[in-house]
Ligand binder design. Structure first.
Ligand SMILES: Cc1ncc(COP(=O)(O)O)c(C=O)c1O
Length: 390
């Protein structure tokens, strides 16, 4: 009998797919997936369109990424993190941050190695670790501050630990890891000779007084840190799936060895558009954070009005809200109920925890605010109408 491989047997369809289907069925305002419903900057789109019309860009690109893009990424790393990187050896372009993460796990760890992840985790980390034959070890973050117990983290490190995946600003909690937290992670990684894979796709989406510190800025661990980011989040072009990994040549070479046999090269014309994006002035990044901060406030306010107690995020474009005052069952039932009763879609966050720790968020829902003001206002009106009914 023809069967699926054991490697993927346990993976169901993603929660995003399930929620999207239900949201479409009920005509819900979809605040589930972190996918903007507005476009990226015009010069960036135009840059890609012009590249598509120029036949030079319609064939395979350099497998490491266009040289112009790697140079633009090097300039970005220098401007924001004072890192001077060699575009030939210390930067690699990938099919979104997602490919960079998977290639990093495949290229920098071996089967049987333990890899530490904070939970809630971005949904690809654990399947990636499992497909690579690794063993995930979990360090839970606890609401409302989404902090972790330093002793619990310490206890996860042992002779089998090969890597840790850090995600700051963090999806779905909106936590921005403090320099002290990052320094503790660094100290443990140094002590146990562990590689740091840091997913910083929301690096430019931070609010109020919060400051994003990159793991790659923490003294002593630069030579063991692979920093991953994505064009999609910073420039509102998630559909382009362009990401990158930066770090010491040895780590980048490991990533490249794996990814050359995954996608070989990244969409060529879109990389031309990506160069345009990274050449936007510094004011672009300030405007981006200000825009998302206003959207965050709009959504937080709407959730408060509906008694879905939100924790105001310091970064990313997600809000976690505690629904226990309005609904009794668990998060999965709540997400379905909210679609049916209010016409608003969210994501149940227990899917981002290992089974023993799912109880931590069984009364929470994740809402995305990377949406037009009109979409957020419609969601607010629907939540308010629900609040009046119950
Ligand atoms: C934490 C995190 N990492 C990675 C990704 C994926 O990035 P990309 O679309 O560039 O693959 C996302 C997208 O939601 C994310 O939230």
């Amino acid at each position: 009998m023809i069967q699926k491989s054991k490697r993927v047997e346990a993976f169901g369809t993603t929660i995003f797919h399930e929620i999207n289907l239900l949201a479409a069925e009920y005509g819900a305002v979809n605040l589930g997936q972190g996918k903007p419903d507005f476009d990226g900057p015009e010069p960036v789109i135009e840059g890609a369109v012009a590249a598509l019309r120029d036949s030079a860009h319609n064939q395979y690109a350099d497998g490491r990424g266009l040289e112009a893009l790697r140079i633009a990424i090097a300039q970005h790393e220098d401007s924001f993190y004072a890192r001077q990187l060699d575009p030939d050896q210390e930067i690699i372009v990938t099919v979104g941050a997602t490919e960079a993460i998977f290639a990093a796990i495949l290229g920098l760890t071996d089967p049987g190695d333990e890899i530490i992840v904070f939970e809630p985790f971005y949904d690809s980390y654990v399947p990636n670790i499992l497909m690579a034959g690794g063993i995930p070890r979990y360090c839970p973050l606890h609401p409302p501050a989404w902090d972790f117990d330093p002793d619990q983290l310490r206890s996860l490190f042992n002779a089998k630990t090969r890597a840790i995946v850090v995600n700051t600003p963090h999806n779905p909690s909106g936590k921005v890891f403090s320099p002290d937290e990052l320094a503790l992670i660094a100290e443990l990684c140094l002590g146990h000779d562990v590689t740091i894979i840091t997913d910083e796709v929301y690096e430019h989406i931070v609010f109020d007084e919060a400051v994003h510190t990159s793991m790659a800025q923490i003294p002593g661990v630069q030579d063991r840190t692979l920093r991953i980011s994505s064009l999609g989040k910073t420039f509102n072009v998630t559909g382009w799936k362009i990401g990158w990994a930066t770090g010491p040549a040895e780590l980048v070479a490991g990533v490249q060895r794996a990814r050359q046999f995954m996608s070989f090269a990244v969409a060529h014309p879109l990389q031309v558009g990506a160069v345009q994006a990274l050449q936007l002035p510094a004011s672009y990044y300030e405007a981006l954070a200000a825009m998302y901060q206003a959207k965050r406030d709009r959504l937080v306010n709407a959730l408060q009005q509906a008694n879905l107690k939100p924790a105001t995020p310091a970064g990313s474009y997600f809000v976690m809200a505690d629904f226990s005052a309005v609904y009794e069952d668990d998060d999965k039932a709540f997400a379905q109920w909210l679609i049916r009763e209010a016409g608003v879609a969210s994501i149940p966050p227990t899917v981002f925890y290992s089974p023993p720790n799912q109880h931590i968020v069984s009364k929470q829902a994740r809402f995305a605010f990377c949406k037009s003001d009109a979409t957020l206002d419609e969601a607010a009106a629907r939540l308010q109408a629900l609040g009046q009914r119950i």
